[in-house]
Design a protein around this ligand. Sequence first.
Ligand SMILES: Nc1ncnc2c1ncn2[C@@H]1O[C@H](COP(=O)(O)OP(=O)(O)OP(=O)(O)O)[C@@H](O)[C@H]1O
Ligand SMILES: [Mg+2]
Length: 375
Amino acid sequence: MAQPIVSMTNVEKWYGSNHVVKNCNLNIEEGEFLTLLGPSGCGKTTTLRMISGFELPSEGMVKVEGENVEKKEPYDRSVNTVFQNYALFPNMNVYDNIAYGLKVKKVPKAEIKERVTQMLKLVQLEGFGKRRITQMSGGQKQRVAIARALINRPKVLLLDEPLGALDMKLRKQMQIELKRLQRKLEITFVYVTHDQEEALTMSDRIAVMSAGVIEQIGTPKEIYLKPRTRFVANFIGESDLFDGIITAESDGVLSIGTEVGTVKGLKENTTIGSVKVNDPVSVCVRPEHVKISTEKPEGFSVQAVVKDKIFVGNLIKEIAVINNGNEIKINSINAADLPEPGSHVYLSWDLKDAVVIPERSEITLDTADKLKEVG
Ligand SMILES: Nc1ncnc2c1ncn2[C@@H]1O[C@H](COP(=O)(O)OP(=O)(O)OP(=O)(O)O)[C@@H](O)[C@H]1O
Ligand SMILES: [Mg+2]
């Protein structure tokens, strides 16, 4: 495999006694769109700032293009940042904002003009050069900020919640535009968001962070279909979780004793390491994979009472309460599949559609890989 364009190895970041990035190991491939996704305060911006050079790791190494960048100032790294608040110069017009980086580098005037014109065209702001920043809409400012970063021809563009200030409609539109731009320019994007839907829509790969730890790195599909930890299962999309203890294993099928009876899952769908009888685990099923019926199905099932049936346009959502009081979500595209509220029902799933998450999945990815090797 080609050398990663950015690599972080055993990176730790402390602010005083606050450990905000923990054992971060991340390889970003050239040309990929990688998203750091996680809730507020989990360390996304700090991770980005260690790549850009605005922050130094407390321990560990950051490489850009294979080179240790510890001693390199931000302006010396082939990386540019688009900040959440755009950080545009309000007293300059659009043209001067975009030209700024080249002027500092003393690029000849004619070349600046050519490159700014090119950038304005790229972000679809032709004819806006003389406008003042204060006369631009949120989405337009955002495009100026991107043009200002791209004009330096960075190998890597870091974007920290660039769409955060936009309304939903513009945000969706900009997601598609940004993704298109990234493909066209073949620049590596490292993108920060706390919006899981945005991450799923735009990314080649997602690194899901929680409390300073990257809990999983994978394609949107991998992350959705095989969440490694309870946190990832809950944070990305909707999930139904059944907690219990493995009571038996036969032919690769695990029986898991829960408060609401025995449920099943496949041993090969265990998210990390290997599991054995008596291990505590959670079985995670996505709501579209939960089967609901008024007749007791063959094999295992969990009894429930339907609480709500909600029509949400393209699908019907149902909430069913199981005997321990937990609510289970069921999604279907066919209303006829779903019994009415008050019905006594049985919930089940195809074994292939459930993942088995060991309780020890909270441990970091690295340790998990070692456990896997040990078996
Ligand atoms: N300069 C700083 N000094 C001390 N603590 C800091 C500093 N910057 C960030 N922190 C702390 O580090 C943790 C991670 O912050 P960070 O900004 O990386 O989170 P984030 O994931 O980007 O969150 P958000 O989604 O809210 O932007 C937080 O607890 C924050 O309070
Ligand atoms: Mg942040």
